[in-house]
Design a protein around this ligand. Structure first.
Ligand SMILES: [Ca+2]
Ligand SMILES: [Ca+2]
Length: 358
């Protein structure tokens, strides 16, 4: 479409109520192609004139207006070069030569070409790129390409990850992403596979369509061990696995340990008591020690069933025992060593009832 400002036609004092235009040949006042005008004393607007049907080349455009008392203005004429477009093409970055670009469908074949053409970025690396467009006119002559810088955004669509050791770019475990531009916001499921317990590093990197993998990101993970046992020793480390075993009730990140440790036979003084645990994969922890001061004592040491440690197995012990009867997974009041307080413990307790510790 052609658009002209009509300010120059506002030469009448009367209200303008109509307008018309023609190309090349004047059909006579009132017989040309009408256009809408505002009912005003002057025209200061932009009106579009269709060049449909015109051949490429110079054409004369005639325009006139009519006032409220039916008088037509003088005809204003203007010579305009009308293009006829017969094709268009585009290219990225490097001009392959006229006629060798990617063909583009034209939305118009007429006049000033300002229509839309669809440009594909398939195969174009993200970043600032040069897009060249040219059109073909009368006689299939190509125009000089119009080249402009275009930012092709990164559209992330895939990535890869690996644990600990980089297998090389493109050799990680791949994952797909919903296409997203510039900023990523998506959760990705990661398989820890056969990773052994302990510290591991998870690496990941992503790439956009037509792009290469970018920065590799690193994240530290700790895959926990299950503790399955433990041992203790006094003062001198006999070596991992050579201590006195601990009774472990439950396995996991932490454990409950049963059993009593005696200092019977120790001379008064300061000792160090150490404990360490072992995990399911056979890894021993570093021993952890506490200082223990052993003093002379006349306190009677309890025996089986003497829960209140007073040297006698009697009703007060029975009451304590019954308070935990039926419980599972505890150390106290369990006599049989199965960490459960039940009838079998009761029978052993009753067998000792009324006796005195040696
Ligand atoms: Ca007692
Ligand atoms: Ca028991």
């Amino acid at each position: 479409m052609l658009a002209l400002a009509l300010g120059q036609l506002a030469a009448r004092s009367q209200l303008i109520v109509a307008g018309e235009y023609f190309w090349d040949t004047d059909p006579g006042a009132g017989l040309a192609t009408p256009f809408d005008v505002a009912d005003l004393a002057s025209i200061d607007a932009t009106v579009s004139f269709s060049p449909a049907g015109l051949n490429e080349g110079n054409h004369i455009l005639g325009v006139r207006t009519k006032n409220s008392i039916g008088q037509w203005s003088d005809t204003d004429t203007k010579t305009i070069y009308v293009h006829q477009f017969t094709g268009a093409e585009y290219f990225w970055n490097t001009d392959p030569g006229a006629g060798n670009g990617t063909p583009a469908a034209l939305s118009t074949t007429l006049a000033e070409f300002n229509g839309n053409i669809t440009i594909s970025t398939v195969g174009v690396a993200p970043g600032n790129r040069y897009l060249g467009v040219r059109t073909k006119g009368k006689g299939d002559v190509w125009s000089v390409p119009k080249v402009q810088k275009v930012y092709v955004p990164t559209v992330y669509s895939e990535g890869e990850y690996f644990w600990d050791a980089d297998p090389g770019v493109g050799n990680g475990t791949s994952f797909s992403l919903a296409p997203q531009i510039d900023n990523l916001d998506q959760e990705v499921a990661v398989n820890s596979g056969e990773s052994s317990p302990g510290v591991h590093y998870l690496f990941s990197r992503v790439r956009g369509i037509n792009g290469s993998f970018g920065t590799t990101y690193k994240k530290r993970f700790y895959i926990s061990r299950n503790i399955v046992g433990g041992e203790y020793f006094w003062d001198t480390d006999p070596g991992a696995g050579n201590g006195t075993p601990l009774g472990v009730i439950a396995v996991g990140d932490s454990v409950q340990v049963c059993g009593a440790v005696t200092t019977n036979g120790f001379a008064p003084g300061i000792y160090w008591f150490y404990v360490r645990t072992v995990s399911e994969d056979g890894q021993w922890s570093h021993p952890k020690g506490v200082e223990v001061t052993v003093t002379e004592s006349t306190v009677t040491v309890g025996c089986t069933g003497d829960f209140d440690l007073n040297g006698n197995i009697n009703t007060s012990d029975l009451l304590l025992f019954l308070g935990s009867f039926g419980q599972i997974g505890i150390c106290s009041f369990d006599i049989t060593g199965d960490y459960t307080v039940n009838t079998s413990d009761l029978l052993l307790f009753l067998g000792a009832f009324g006796t005195t510790c040696d």
